[in-house]
Design a protein around this ligand. Structure first.
Ligand code: OGA
Ligand code: NI
Length: 351
């Protein structure tokens, strides 16, 4: 057994020639559900042109069948996508000591480190990430980029602004497919009326270095996002996969300028399970490193109670999820992880 194993940490992955034991994954139950190899047509998540006159229906269908889709004509300038990708590259290319200066004090807080979900897995993931949470990221930027601090903060703020605009637009349109509006979500309605934000947001920069044995490694293990929805920009190297019951793991091939959107747990609850909080993961490869920029959008204040939108659940059938405060849901998620939605599911639903 090689002894390089246990002290390997994520900031040095790019230099490794062999896969350390702590990064070697055994196949999980979900991994064995592979798409039939005889399948002639490669499945893919829908690609939706946001200028399509039927956009609401298309989005609604994609959320119901997949919980994920790609969007073209989204209005986010290509330059901004390129700039945030090069900010990420600049960061991950820095020497380990510099990256560690931005280490997060706590999983989930702003800063550099392992994915938050790493605590749920025995094996380590072949990736490194930088979390940019509202407000608190500036201290880290100042430490690592004393000269370019202002420029990079401005870029992050611009990116957040564009993403927020796009996320709100998607939310309205997707809700429209169920015949409801943002005003039917009590806390969102209040936020809108008081001119405040719909919710918190986090940007997560992910880097998946080239991997010596990709088939035995895992870039980011299977999970669902906890938020309302996620908008992901991926560099032109594939790796993201979404899970569909009938098909297994389906790769989301990158298309230049096209963004990936996926539904999170909160939207799943609000829609009373009509939309799927899609299980997804990132795999790695042996030829090229990969960058992705995830914008995780929407979560109300901790004391806000969340439950299925009554106009959706009430008139047509039973309410599938019991009301919980947002902080309670987050606590449950970080206790039972992939069982969180089940944990708040009503056993014998009645109206
Ligand atoms: C995430 C995520 C996928 C990717 O950051 O939550 O799912 O392709 N990322 O990096
Ligand atoms: Ni995710």
């Amino acid at each position: 057994m090689s002894s390089i194993t246990e002290d390997v940490s994520i900031e040095n992955l790019s230099s490794l020639q062999t896969l350390p034991d702590s990064f070697t994954w055994k196949h999980t139950a979900a991994d064995s559900v592979l798409p039939p190899s005889s399948a002639a047509v490669k499945e893919s998540i829908p690609i939706i042109n946001l200028s399509d006159p039927d956009v609401t229906t298309l989005l609604g269908n994609a959320c119901k069948t997949w919980g994920a889709f790609q969007i073209a004509n989204h209005g986010v300038p290509q330059k901004l996508l390129d700039d945030i990708e090069s900010l990420s590259k600049t960061f991950f290319d820095m020497p380990s000591e510099r990256k560690l200066e931005a280490a997060s004090s706590d999983k989930g807080a702003s800063g550099y480190g392992e994915p938050r979900i790493s605590t749920f897995f025995e094996k380590k993931m072949w990736s490194e990430g930088m979390t940019i949470a509202d407000g608190s990221y500036r201290n880290q930027f100042l430490k690592i980029w004393p000269r370019d601090y202002t420029k990079y903060c401005r870029l992050v703020e611009e990116y957040k602004g564009e993403m927020e605009k796009l996320a709100s637009r998607l939310l309205s349109s997707i809700l429209g497919s169920l015949g409801v509006t943002v005003d039917d979500i009590e806390w969102a309605h209040k936020a809108k009326n008081s001119g405040s934000k719909m919710g918190s947001s986090v940007i997560r920069l992910n880097h998946y270095p080239v991997c010596p044995e990709p088939e035995r490694a895992m870039g980011l293990a299977a999970h669902t996002d906890t938020c309302l929805l996620t908008i992901l920009h991926q560099s032109n190297m594939g790796g993201l996969q979404v899970f569909k019951k009938e098909s297994g793991w389906v790769t989301v091939e990158p298309i230049p300028g096209v963004l990936v959107v996926n539904i999170g747990d909160l939207f799943h609850i609000l829609s009373n399970g009509k939309f799927h909080s899609v299980v997804h993961r990132a795999i790695v490869n042996q030829t090229r490193s990969r960058i992705s920029v995830a914008y995780l959008w929407g979560g109300p204040a901790g004391d806000v109670e969340i439950s299925p939108i009554s106009k959706i659940a009430g008139p047509v059938g039973p309410c599938l999820y019991r009301p919980v405060t947002w902080s309670e849901y987050l606590r449950i998620k970080f206790e039972v992880f992939d069982k969180a939605l089940d944990a708040i599911r009503v056993v014998n639903p009645t109206n």
